[in-house]
Design a protein around this ligand. Structure first.
Ligand SMILES: Nc1ncnc2c1ncn2[C@@H]1O[C@H](COP(=O)(O)OP(=O)(O)OP(=O)(O)O)[C@@H](O)[C@H]1O
Length: 729
C-alpha cells in the first residue's frame, strides 16, 4: 500500500473549511450547521469523514492513503461509509433525481422489473418443457404444437429485449445528465479556486478524489469505480437473488436434495472462477476514429482542452486574472453536449455486431453451451425423484442465477464501498471556499475606490513564504506608488520579483513581517477586501510563465478580454499593438491557425487531428509566443476600466528593437493623448536600459527591496543598482 505524508493540521491552519457540513451542491450552503451522528468520534464536516477514511488503520499519526487508494473494509471505514450514506448520499441522489424526475423514477422501476426477468424466463421455459413432456407421455405430441410453444417463447424473449433496449436508453439519458451535472460542478469549482487554495496538499488530494468521482460516471467506470446511479443495481440484484431463492425453495421443499443442490452450486460456480476474456467485439481504439464526425471530433477535442485549461496549474493565473471561468464552462458545456449526442446516436445506430445480433436473437448465447455440463446433477435429480423436467430446468437456471447474482452483488458492493468515499470527496470539494475571497460583510466594491490615473499601491511590511517552504521568498517589503506612476522592479535571479508581482495581482496572498502589521493598500483600501474576481477585471498582465494555449491564435489572444473574443478587429488591433502582424501573415490560416506548443498538449481525440480537422497546427518561436502573450495582455490593457498593468519580463525573448517598440506601446497605452496618466504600470526587467523609462525603480535582493527611488537617485547612490546597471550597459 502506498502512503504519503499526512498534513492533518494543514487545512485547518489555512482555514479552508469554514462552512459547516452540508450536502448541498452549491458552494456556500445556508443550511444550519449540524453535527454528524457518530457514537465515538464527532465529525464536523464531510471533509473530516473523508480525511478520516484516508488514515491507515493502526497508525493514527500522519500517514495518509494516496488519493484514489482503496479503503480497507474495516469496522471504522464501514462506520465512515455509513455516515456518508446517511448524511450526504440521499441529498446527493435527490439532486440527481431532480435533473430528470420522471426518467429517474422510471429507471428505478425498470431496474426492478428487469431483475424479475430471469425468474419469469425460467418459469416460462419450465412450463413449455412440462407441456412437451406431458404431450409425449400422452402420445398427442405434434410438431405444430412444439413450434407454437417455441414461437411464444421467442416472442416473450423479443418483448424482453425490447423492454431492455428501452430501459438502457432511458438509463443512458439519466446517467448522461447526472454525469454532465457532476462534471460541470467539478469544473466550476476547479476554475473558481485560487492559487493559495490549490497550494494546500490536502486540497489537491481532495480535488483528485473528487475528479475520480466525477469521472466515474463515464461509460465503463475507468477508475475501478462506479457511478452512484449503480447504487440502484444493488437493490435490483438483491431482488433477483431473493426471487430465485424463493423458486428454488418452492421446488425442493417437498424432498431433500441437499447433496445434489451442493453439486449443482459447485458445478455452476466453477466456471465463474475462470478469468474473463475480453470481448472481441468491443471497440478497439482505432475503431473510435470512425465514431466521430469532424464536428464531433472537434467538440471532443475542445471539451478536453477546456478541461485542461481548468485543471492545469500552468494556466491558473491567467484563468483567474482574465476571468475565464464562464467562458470555459460555456465552451465545455456546448462541446460536451455535442459529444454526448454523438455517443447516444452511435449507441443506438452502431454497426451490427454479434452482440447486437444476440439482442435480436436472444436465445443464442455462446456461454449457455458452456453450462451444458451442469445438466449432470439434474439428471441425477430426475432419476431420484418424481420432479418434472420443467421444474428441474427451472431449478437449474435458478441456481445459476443465484450464484451469478451473489457474485455481482459482492463485486458491486465492494465498488460502491470505495465510491462512497469518492462521493464524500466530491461533497467536501463543493464546500471549499477560495482562500482569497473576502467575507461578504467585508467586501469592498473596487469600482467605488477607483482613482484618476490608475491604482495607488502602498505595501507595508509584507512577507511571503511559499507553502511547504521554510525560508520566506519575500521579506519586509515596503513600497509606495502613486496612481499613474510606472515602477520597474529589478534584481538578481530568485530575489522575489515575480512573487511580488503575483501579490500585487492578488494571485498570491501575503504574510505580515514577523512582529509587524503587514498591509497592502490598493487605492487606500486593504487589498484583502476586494473580491479577486472584481479586482482582476481592472488589471492586465503578462506572466513570466505565460500560458501557451494549444488553440487558435485568435483564442490565444482573445482570452485576454473574453467578451471581445468574437470581435475580430479587437484581436487584430491587439496583435498590431504587439507588433505581431508578421506572425499572423506567416501563418497558413492567419489568426485561425491552431498553435501548438510542446509540453502543453491536451488530450486529442481520435479524428480531431487527422482527416476531420481542416486547421493546420503550427509551432511558434519563443519570441513569437511572447508577442502573443503581450497581445493578450493588450486586449485588456486597452480597456478604460483597466487601472494596473503588470509585465513580468515581457520582452525577455525579444530583440532590442522589438523591446523598444513594446515599451513605447505600453507607455502609449498608459497615457492619454495629452500625456495624462491613465494606468499604473509595474514591469520586471533584467534589461536595465528599460528600467530608466520608469518613474521609480525597486532593486530587489534576497527577497527584499534594498533600494527604491528614481533611476537617477539610485545611480547617485552607487549601491547595488548602480553596480548592476554598470555591468549591464
Ligand atoms: N512555487 C514556488 N514554490 C516554492 N518556492 C518558490 C516558488 N516560486 C518561486 N519560489 C522561490 O521563491 C524565490 C523568489 O522567486 P521569484 O520567482 O519571485 O524570483 P525572481 O526574482 O522573479 O527570479 P527570476 O529573476 O529568476 O525570475 C526563489 O528562491 C524561488 O526559488
Amino acid at each position: 500500500m502506498q502512503l504519503c505524508p499526512g498534513h492533518s493540521n494543514l487545512s485547518r491552519s489555512m482555514n479552508l473549511w469554514p462552512q459547516p457540513f452540508s450536502s448541498d451542491f452549491s458552494f456556500q450552503s445556508n443550511k444550519p450547521q449540524r453535527k454528524l451522528r457518530e457514537p465515538q468520534e464527532r465529525f464536523n464536516s464531510l471533509y473530516d469523514i473523508w480525511l478520516a477514511s484516508r488514515s491507515v488503520p493502526g497508525e493514527p499519526k500522519s500517514p495518509l492513503l494516496v488519493p484514489g487508494a482503496q479503503r480497507r473494509l474495516t469496522r471504522k471505514n464501514t462506520r465512515l461509509a455509513y455516515l456518508v450514506l446517511s448524511n450526504y448520499c440521499l441529498d446527493f441522489m435527490k439532486r440527481l433525481w431532480h435533473q430528470h424526475p420522471t426518467r429517474t423514477t422510471l429507471m428505478m422501476a425498470c431496474h426492478l422489473v428487469r431483475s424479475l426477468f430471469p425468474v419469469f424466463r425460467g418459469y416460462s421455459q419450465a412450463l413449455i418443457i412440462d407441456e412437451v413432456q406431458a404431450l409425449i407421455a400422452s402420445g398427442s405430441f405434434t410438431w405444430n404444437r412444439l413450434l407454437y410453444l417455441a414461437g411464444t417463447e421467442l416472442l416473450r424473449r423479443y418483448a424482453e429485449s425490447v423492454f431492455d433496449s428501452f430501459a438502457i436508453h432511458n438509463e443512458n439519458i439519466v446517467s448522461g445528465s447526472a454525469k454532465y451535472h457532476v462534471e460541470y460542478q467539478q469544473l466550476k469549482q476547479r476554475t473558481r479556486l485560487d492559487v493559495p487554495t490549490f497550494s494546500d496538499p490536502l486540497t489537491r488530494d481532495l480535488l483528485l478524489e473528487s475528479d475520480l468521482f466525477a469521472r466515474s460516471f463515464n461509460v465503463g467506470g475507468g477508475f475501478g469505480s462506479i457511478s452512484p446511479l449503480d447504487f440502484f443495481q444493488i437493490f435490483a440484484l438483491f431482488t433477483e437473488i431473493v426471487s430465485h431463492l424463493f423458486l428454488i425453495l418452492s421446488i425442493t421443499s417437498s424432498y431433500t436434495h441437499i447433496g445434489i443442490l451442493l453439486l449443482s452450486l459447485f458445478s455452476v460456480a466453477l466456471p465463474l472462477a475462470l478469468p474473463y476474456t475480453s470481448s472481441p467485439f468491443s471497440h478497439s481504439h482505432a475503431d473510435l476514429d470512425s465514431i466521430y464526425t469532424s464536428r464531433e471530433a472537434r467538440a471532443a477535442d475542445r471539451r478536453e482542452k477546456m478541461r485542461n485549461l481548468a485543471y492545469n496549474d500552468c494556466h491558473r493565473p491567467e484563468v483567474l486574472l482574465f476571468g475565464l471561468e464562464d467562458w470555459i464552462l460555456k465552451s465545455w458545456s456546448s462541446a460536451w453536449k455535442v459529444v454526448y449526442d454523438s455517443e447516444q446516436t452511435s449507441q443506438c445506430m452502431g454497426s451490427p455486431s454479434l452482440s447486437n445480433l444476440s439482442s435480436f436473437f436472444p436465445g443464442i448465447n455462446p456461454s449457455d453451451l458452456f453450462f451444458a455440463l451442469q445438466n449432470i446433477p439434474f439428471l441425477l435429480l430426475l432419476q431420484t425423484s418424481s420432479a418434472t423436467l420443467g421444474s428441474l430446468t427451472l431449478y437449474r437456471s435458478s441456481i445459476q442465477s443465484v450464484v451469478f447474482g451473489i457474485r455481482s452483488l459482492l463485486a458491486t458492493t465492494r465498488m460502491v464501498f470505495q465510491s462512497v468515499f469518492l462521493m464524500a470527496a466530491f461533497g467536501a470539494c463543493m464546500e471549499i471556499k477560495p482562500k482569497l475571497e473576502p467575507e461578504i460583510e467585508e467586501k469592498v466594491d473596487y469600482h467605488g475606490t477607483r482613482l484618476k490615473g490608475g491604482v495607488s499601491i502602498r505595501a507595508r511590511n509584507i512577507s511571503y513564504t511559499y507553502p511547504g517552504c521554510t525560508e520566506p521568498a519575500l521579506k519586509n517589503i515596503n513600497l509606495t506608488l502613486e496612481a499613474g506612476e510606472t515602477l520597474a522592479i529589478v534584481g538578481y535571479n530568485g530575489s522575489g520579483k515575480s512573487t511580488l508581482a503575483n501579490i500585487l495581482l492578488r494571485i498570491y496572498d501575503f504574510d505580515p513581517s514577523p512582529g509587524q502589521e503587514g498591509q497592502l493598500l490598493i487605492n487606500d483600501v486593504d487589498i484583502r477586501k476586494f473580491d479577486p474576481v472584481d479586482y482582476h477585471k481592472h488589471v492586465s498582465a503578462v506572466f513570466q510563465g505565460f500560458s501557451k494555449f494549444n488553440s487558435t491564435l485568435r483564442e490565444n489572444v482573445g482570452i485576454g478580454s473574453i467578451e471581445r473574443l468574437p470581435h475580430r478587429p479587437s484581436i487584430e488591433d491587439a496583435l498590431d499593438l504587439a507588433r505581431a502582424g508578421a506572425i499572423v501573415d506567416a501563418l497558413p490560416q492567419g489568426i485561425q491557425t491552431i498553435l501548438q506548443c510542446p509540453g502543453y498538449e491536451t488530450l486529442s481525440y481520435p479524428g480531431s487531428r487527422n482527416q476531420h480537422t481542416t486547421n493546420q497546427v503550427h509551432g511558434l518561436s519563443g519570441g513569437e509566443w511572447q508577442r502573443i502573450a503581450i497581445a493578450r495582455a493588450f486586449m485588456r490593457a486597452k480597456h478604460p476600466d483597466t487601472d494596473l498593468l503588470v509585465f513580468d519580463e515581457p520582452t525577455s525573448s525579444l530583440d532590442a528593437h522589438a523591446q523598444n517598440q513594446i515599451f513605447n506601446t505600453i507607455h502609449r497605452l498608459s497615457r492619454d493623448d495629452d500625456g495624462t496618466c491613465l494606468k499604473t504600470v509595474v514591469f520586471i526587467t533584467h534589461r536595465l536600459s528599460t528600467a530608466r523609462r520608469a518613474d521609480k525603480v525597486a532593486m530587489m535582493e534576497n527577497g527584499t527591496i534594498t533600494e527604491f527611488g528614481t533611476h537617477e537617485e539610485l545611480l547617485k547612490k552607487k549601491g547595488s543598482y548602480a553596480a548592476l546597471y554598470d555591468q549591464a550597459v
